[in-house]
Design a protein around this ligand. Structure first.
Ligand code: ADP
Ligand code: NI
Length: 203
C-alpha cells in the first residue's frame, strides 16, 4: 500500500539524493513534477500512490546523477523494496519512470494512465515560465550562449527552444496535460517573440 507516510519518506529520500546537484535535476524540479502529476492524476482517475512515487523517484537514477544505476533503476527499486512495496507496485512505478524520458521514448504512448501523468508533468516543467528559467539556468551552467543569429546549430539556449521545448505541447498524453501545456506553450512563444524583438532593437 502506498500511503501518505510512505510518500513523505520518498520526499525525504529525494531531498537527500539531490542535496548537491546543479544539473537542472534538483529536488525542486522533482517536487514540482510531483505536485503537477498528482493534480493531473486526479483529473485522469489514475492511481495517486503509483503516480506519487513515480514522480518523486523519476530522476534518482537519471544518467546525469547516477549513471551506474540508470539501466536498472536500482536506486528507485531499492528504496521501494526497503519500504516493503509489493512486487506489482514496484513494477508499476518502474514502468512509469522508464516511460518518462524524452530521449528514450519520444512520442511513443505510455503504457499506463499513471505513466502518462508523470510524463506529462515532467514535460510541463520544461515549458512555461519555469521551463524558460530552467533552460537559461542549464545554458549558463554549461557555458552556452543565449542566442547567436549567425549559427543555425544546436549550440545556444534559444536553439533549444526550437529543437525541443516548442514541440512538447503537442506531445502531451492526457487531457489535463494538453490544457496546461496550452498556456505554458503560449508563454514560451510570447517570450521568444519579445526576445527577438528586443534583440533587434524593435521593442
Ligand atoms: P529531463 O531529464 O527532465 O527530460 P533534461 O535533462 O533534458 O530533461 O533537461 C533538464 C532541463 O534542462 C530542462 O528544463 C531542459 O529544457 C533544459 N535543457 C536541456 N538541454 C538543454 C540545452 N541544450 N539548452 C538549454 N536547456 C537545456
Ligand atoms: Ni525530470
Amino acid at each position: 500500500m502506498i500511503d501518505e507516510p510512505l510518500v513523505e519518506k520518498a520526499t525525504e529520500f529525494v531531498r537527500q539524493v539531490f542535496s548537491d546537484d546543479a544539473s537542472g535535476h534538483d529536488a525542486h524540479h522533482t517536487l514540482r513534477v510531483y505536485r503537477l502529476a498528482r493534480r493531473i492524476a486526479t483529473e485522469e482517475g489514475a492511481d495517486a500512490g503509483i503516480v506519487s512515487l513515480a514522480a518523486l523517484l523519476h530522476d534518482v537514477d537519471d544518467h546525469k546523477i547516477s549513471p551506474e544505476t540508470h539501466a536498472t533503476l536500482a536506486r528507485a527499486r531499492a528504496f521501494m523494496e526497503e519500504q516493503g512495496l509489493s512486487a506489482d507496485e514496484v513494477d508499476q512505478v518502474l514502468v512509469a519512470i522508464r516511460e518518462v524520458s524524452f530521449s528514450e521514448n519520444g512520442d511513443r504512448p505510455p503504457s499506463s494512465p499513471e505513466a502518462a501523468c508523470v510524463r506529462d508533468a515532467d514535460r510541463l516543467d520544461a515549458i512555461g515560465a519555469i521551463g524558460i528559467a530552467r533552460a537559461f539556468a542549464f545554458g549558463g551552467a554549461h557555458g552556452r550562449s543565449m542566442h547567436n543569429p549567425d549559427a543555425d546549430d544546436a549550440s545556444t539556449t534559444i536553439s533549444h527552444f526550437h529543437d525541443k521545448l516548442l514541440l512538447l505541447a503537442d506531445m502531451m498524453c492526457t487531457d489535463a496535460g494538453r490544457r496546461l501545456a496550452k498556456g505554458r506553450d503560449a508563454t514560451l512563444r510570447r517570450f521568444l517573440d519579445d526576445f527577438m524583438a528586443e534583440w533587434d532593437g524593435l521593442r
